[in-house]
Design a protein around this ligand. Sequence first.
Ligand code: ADP
Ligand code: MG
Length: 284
Amino acid sequence: MSNSTTTIKPHFDLAKRAASYRVVHPEDPAPAPTLRVHPDSARDLIFACGLTKSYRRHKTSVPVLKGVDFAAERGKITAIIGQSGSGKSTLLHLLGTLDRPDSGEIHFAGQRIDSLPVRQRDRFRNEQLGMIFQFYHLLPELTVLENVLAPAMISKGVFSYWRNSRPIQASAKKWIDLVGLGHRMNHRPCELSGGEMQRTAIARALINDPSILLADEPTGNLDQETGASILRLLQSLNRDHGLTIVMVTHDESVAQSCDSIVRLTGGKVERLPTLGIAANSGTN
Ligand code: ADP
Ligand code: MG
């Protein structure tokens, strides 16, 4: 079959959108503490403009992101694809405020987040973002229930947590049930399969009712069937709970099932075709 793009219907044109959000002083490398751009926060939950990021290796600086524009629409699933080493995780970490860009801006629901002071950034991350990773990052000595409760304990603080522990535990159990692990509540990660560990990580990511889930290769460590079931779970969370999802994947077929696709190459967003699943006519 040819690589014809006849079934590809552009869903939105991010390059155009980014151009319209042009910052006043795009060449200024130091992020100013004030809002300088005005993204369409009614449409885009998270928006990034002109992101650059380099890592130091020995005495040299290795540029990874060289001016990346990115937007994730509210209520949609956006895939970030690209070859290994292209900077997908780096971009996701910047969006998740786990790291700071060297230059550029990131806005969440109309608020600039990349220049927030550390404490505010930590609170923002804890309350607004859910994150899942390829290798789950569960705490091995805690049960499923305890792992899921951990972010709630951190965000509430010990005293407030103990005062409200009943509703918080009920919420944790609700999410654990919803991801299909009601029967594994008191199991430790070493007693779980890969898919069950990722389901636990998803429940943990949702315990504080985030508005966005950032997922770094969530199916990357799973066999095809289990990966497909995790993808279906994420799609149902998006559909039934309106959860906005940004998902890094190297799997083109996973990306094709998302609402839009951003491809990173050479430190830039190469092209931004958006493959609305509804846009594909007929069967494949
Ligand atoms: P991807 O997720 O697309 O595989 P990454 O964002 O993890 O790519 O990494 C992009 C590049 O940056 C790679 O060459 C990687 O080795 C390098 N890199 C990532 N994190 C660091 C770090 N903390 N220190 C130095 N180099 C890093
Ligand atoms: Mg990666």
